[in-house]
Write a protein that binds this ligand. Structure first.
Ligand code: HEC
Length: 137
């Protein structure tokens, strides 16, 4: 029995680990949450390497500050409808986050927007951010 104890202990630890991994796995399709997206957008840092958050570059509108670092947040959804022919507002906003250089807004330079959100944000976080920006008409 003494020899069996470490084996049983190991089995208990392994099964607890497997159960834990299963319960934290994504449960079904991503459901976008605009409210959470706004929180993410306004957070001072974001992502696995704690980069400066969206709102640190994107001021809400003229009353909130200049647009020298990035386009205003207000009106994003409306502009997004016509930025790229053939792209919906949703597609354009998502691409702007994942591949900012695919379309660079006039008066800004390629590379001005932080480029590695695709790696640093989860699918859920990206969906939430897109859902939030679609409400900023
Ligand atoms: C380092 C500054 C910076 C940060 C941080 C930043 N952006 Fe940007 N963003 C820019 C700049 C500059 C542009 C315009 C140039 C371009 O199109 O790449 C832009 C463009 C955009 C656009 C397109 C706007 C339009 O009018 O077409 C969207 C949408 C956007 N950003 C969303 C985000 C989101 C969401 C985050 C956070 C996850 C974020 N940005 C973080 C600088 C930033």
């Amino acid at each position: 029995m003494r020899k069996l104890f470490p084996i049983i202990l190991a089995l208990v630890v392994i099964s607890a680990f497997i159960l834990g991994a299963c319960s934290s796995a994504p449960s079904g399709p991503v459901v976008p949450n605009a409210e959470n997206g706004k929180k993410l957008y306004d957070a001072s840092t974001l992502g696995s390497s704690s980069a400066a958050g969206c709102a640190s570059c994107h001021n809400f509108n003229e009353a909130a500050g200049k647009n020298d670092k990035a386009p205003y947040t207000e009106g994003t959804a409306t502009r997004a409808e016509t930025r790229v022919a053939g792209m919906t507002a949703e597609e354009y906003i998502k691409e702007s986050i994942l591949k900012p250089n695919a379309y660079v807004v006039e008066n800004y330079k390629e590379g001005d927007m932080y480029q590695t959100w695709e790696k640093e944000l989860s699918e859920q976080q990206i969906a939430d951010l897109v859902a939030y920006l679609l409400t900023e008409k």
